[in-house]
Design a protein around this ligand. Structure first.
Ligand code: UN1
Length: 513
């Protein structure tokens, strides 16, 4: 580990793996199976204390003018720039994505910080025409409070940044519970933010510590996760992860009438029409299905391919898959790193077995592609293409999101049929069509087209830019993070009516007393 990396993860909770006890989480490098470091699990008491501190500092943070908060976010974004390479390496080392993608994730953090800085001068409200004379109505946005952020292993830094950079300019403070598989990246990001917050003189609260704007808590679901979702001190819980986890969060937060922002699983498809540019199809699908070893919520899981091109697409993909270098994600030339852990490998294996038992054909990878790495340290697998027999109904296995590089290929005859299959799954995150026909593209983007939160034309399903709102419908949870007006989720809307007349007229013309 370089000295910068060691510096980035320096923290009272972190120790050598050899010093770990039952109270520690060990962070493993999924590429080698070697432990990187151990992190002490925090207790419910420590969680409570963090929320108290973040609540306390909120009282003053909310009163700092938004552009000043933006200035601090600008400095944090610049610090991300300074540490782009080592942070990217750490992401790659802890969650197994290739270095280019690890750095790409840090770039997402920088981009959203820039976006948030601009936003800090644009938290616009409305003026509304009042029905009463000499009255003024406005709608304004107020900070919400301390928000809870729960993030997943697969985007261990970007998802936090989408939430935290926006929440910070909106005047909120936060408590972040990262995935317990990737605690080190969370510590590194928080260290970078805290270094900036410690060395500034823009925000010097009378009570509390500026670092608690960006609170972090590392612990188990029982000690931290459950108390967090039930905690009335957190008006918003923004959670990213599986549909199962999201249902629990939605239920508990809803039960206390809190707000939740859920960004859950996807089951993303690409429709390929007969007039598609097949070179582009292959490139878009390769990145979508094999990138991040199929562990993005936007990963391409299904291809709905017109019967006239399906064989060509399959051949092209088989050819492209052969050239995928699988190996250490930090090495040049590697295109696919390992899965996150052994459980993920076993999940992939059982999905492949189920697909076979449901009558599908494995075209490459498969169980053999997993066995090939049986004696290699690290959680490596081969990306797998599964062909679903034409005319068969959607196999059950396809309806579930398996977080692994499995791509199911379906044959379709018409766009109607494709759209029906496309929208048949429970999830609704990302979607794409490849076509050169305006009509097909237009229909895909129409109300009777894709039912997803993200719908692309001649671009794959993954790799969204931060400027757009990110999230999806149905079991994906309905939340929107990142760009566009997603910031509104982190604020409370206030309708204000001021009377500057000398009368007291009532709305709806009511005469009273
Ligand atoms: C996720 O997998 O949770 O659009 C987020 C993408 C990335 C973010 C994915 N920008 O693929």
């Amino acid at each position: 580990m370089t000295t910068t990396l060691t510096h980035l993860i320096q923290h009272p909770l972190v120790c050598e793996p050899s010093e770990a006890t039952d109270d520690h989480i060990i962070s493993y490098n999924p590429a080698t199976g070697e432990p990187i470091a151990a992190v002490r699990k925090q207790t419910t008491e420590e969680y409570n204390a963090q929320v108290e501190r973040s609540n306390a500092v909120f009282k003053e943070w909310r009163m700092l003018p938004a552009p000043k908060r933006g200035e601090l976010v600008r400095r944090i974004g610049n610090a991300f720039r300074e540490y782009e390479q080592p942070l990217g390496e750490l992401v790659s080392m802890e969650c197994g994505k290739i270095l280019a993608e690890g750095i790409g994730e840090v770039v997402e953090c920088i981009d959203i910080a820039d976006f948030a800085v601009g936003l800090s001068r644009q938290l616009y409200g409305l003026t509304i025409a009042s029905e009463r004379p000499r009255h003024q109505m406005i709608e304004q946005w107020q900070p919400l409070g301390t928000i809870g952020i729960i993030s997943a292993f697969n985007f261990p830094v970007a998802v936090w940044a989408w939430n935290s950079m926006l929440a910070a300019v909106c005047g909120d403070t936060m408590v972040w519970k990262p995935s317990d598989i990737t605690p080190l990246t969370a510590i590194a990001m928080t260290n970078v933010a805290h270094e900036v917050m410690r060395n500034q003189d823009i925000f010097t609260p009378e009570h509390g510590d500026p670092c608690d704007v960006f609170g972090l808590i590392i612990g188990t679901v029982e000690a931290v996760g459950e108390p967090m979702i039930a905690d009335r001190r957190l008006p918003l819980i923004s959670a990213t992860g599986s549909c199962r986890m999201g249902k629990r969060v939605g239920e508990v937060v809803g039960g206390r009438l809190g707000r939740s922002l859920l960004e859950l699983g996807g089951n993303n498809a690409i429709i390929i029409m007969e007039d598609a540019d097949l070179d582009m199809v292959i490139r878009g699908t390769l990145f979508g299905a094999v990138g991040t070893a199929g562990q993005r919520c936007t990963s391409t899981r299904r291809l709905l391919c017109h019967e006239s091109v399906v064989d060509k697409v399959v051949d092209g993909l088989l050819n492209a898959y052969k050239q995928v270098n699988i190996g250490n994600p930090l090495e040049d030339g590697t295109l696919m790193g390992p899965l996150i852990n052994e459980v993920a490998v076993e999940n992939m294996r059982s999905s492949i077995e189920q697909a076979t038992s449901e009558g599908c054909e494995i075209l490459c990878g498969g169980v053999e592609g997993i066995e090939r790495f049986a004696d290699t340290p690290g959680n490596y697998v081969e990306p797998t293409i599964v062909r679903v027999p034409k005319g068969a109904s959607m196999p059950e296995v396809v309806k579930e999101e398996t977080f692994a590089p499995i791509l199911y290929v379906f044959t379709i005859e018409t766009l109607d049929e494709a759209l029906e299959m496309h929208n048949e799954v429970d999830q609704g995150l990302s979607s794409a069509i490849f076509t050169n026909s305006m009509r097909n593209a237009g229909r895909f983007l129409s109300p009777e087209g894709s039912d997803c939160g993200i719908a692309n034309v001649n671009i794959g399903t993954s790799g969204a830019e931060i400027g757009g709102a990110f999230g999806g419908e149905k079991d994906t949870g309905g939340g929107r993070e990142s760009g566009s007006d997603s910031w509104k989720a982190y604020m409370r809307r206030q309708t204000c009516t001021s009377n500057w007349s000398a009368d007291m007229p009532l709305a709806q013309g009511i005469e009273f007393g």
